[in-house]
Design a protein around this ligand. Structure first.
Ligand code: CTP
Ligand code: MG
Length: 273
């Protein structure tokens, strides 16, 4: 994608022009949260007094885009299952169908576990990280509006603030100087940091994940998002504006930032859609 104004369009016109598809949200929450280092699965880690999973779930339901939410949880985690059951009971009539599955050893496997139990009639899927617990409703709407307008794949993105370089490990004499050597500098105005929810036409995403069965272990481990599988099919992947609040809570610093977003003075003055 070349440099564009990511702030263009709020989706309202698109919503009016195109009927929305029947959407299921796959919420992947089966990770162990190693880098957060909290000693429990990340979905259970408290944020503003509530587990991260609950923030993610409430955000999805509040957006109103989903007919079904399918949550991949760490296998055998009774506490998180009970949390989902309680939340299901909290939902008033008209809320989405809530389904829970055991996740897999990798994020990609967790996505496939959830895709296997989607309701008949589902037309589009949004794959969302529970770790992006504070994603604003507006991002869900931008993604679904783009699907409604004809995209088979669409991802929320943010401009990159750092200059990004490619490097390789050094050897021999170079290794005595520094561990890595710069190979090149990517043009920053063309780079985007990728977030979730990533939206797909259901058949396209199933086809993309179908190809994974032929992957070796290294290829399997390198799947960091769903869009890259769709790119391999040659299907165009569209990009809409993400949001800073959609940060993926990965490290202890991210958790501090997320707490700050919830409680800090910025909360009331936050203007970014
Ligand atoms: N995820 C999942 N199943 C896995 C691994 C990850 O459902 N086997 C989910 C996580 O729960 C998270 C999202 O994928 O919502 C992004 O993963 P990441 O941020 O890496 O979370 P963790 O894998 O839990 O963290 P870490 O890599 O630090 O262990
Ligand atoms: Mg992980």
């Amino acid at each position: 994608m070349s440099a564009t104004d990511l702030s263009a369009g709020n989706g309202t016109d698109a919503e009016a022009a195109h009927p929305r598809p029947v959407v299921a949200v796959v919420l992947v929450a089966a990770g162990s949260g190693q880098r957060l280092g909290y000693g429990m699965p990340k979905a259970r880690v408290p944020l503003g007094g509530e587990p991260i999973l609950m923030h993610a779930l409430r955000g999805i339901v509040a957006s109103g885009v989903a007919q079904q939410v399918c949550i991949a949880l760490p296998a055998g985690d009774g506490a998180l299952r009970r949390m989902c059951d309680d939340f299901r009971n909290e939902l008033v009539d008209g809320g989405p169908l809530l389904t829970v599955v055991d996740g897999g050893a990798t994020r990609s496997e967790s996505v496939r576990s959830a895709l296997a139990v989607l309701e008949e009639g589902t037309q589009a899927v949004l794959v969302h990280d529970a770790a992006r617990a504070l994603t604003p409703e507006s991002v869900f709407h931008r993604v679904v509006d783009s699907l409604a307008a004809g995209a088979l794949a669409v991802i929320p993105v943010m401009p990159v603030v750092d200059t990004v370089k490619t490097v390789k490990a050094t050897s021999g004499n170079d290794a005595r100087i520094a561990p890595e050597l710069v190979v090149g500098t990517a043009p920053r105005e063309q780079l985007r940091a990728v977030q979730t929810p990533q939206g797909f036409d259901l058949d396209t995403l199933l086809r993309a994940h179908g190809a994974v069965s032929g992957f070796d272990e290294e290829q399997g481990a390198a799947i960091t998002d769903d869009a890259m599988l769709v790119e391999r099919l040659g299907v165009p992947v569209h990009a809409v504006r993400g949001a800073s609040q959609s940060l993926k809570i990965t490290t202890p610093l991210d958790l501090i930032i997320a707490e700050g977003l919830l409680e800090g003075p910025l909360g009331a003055r936050w203007v970014e859609g």
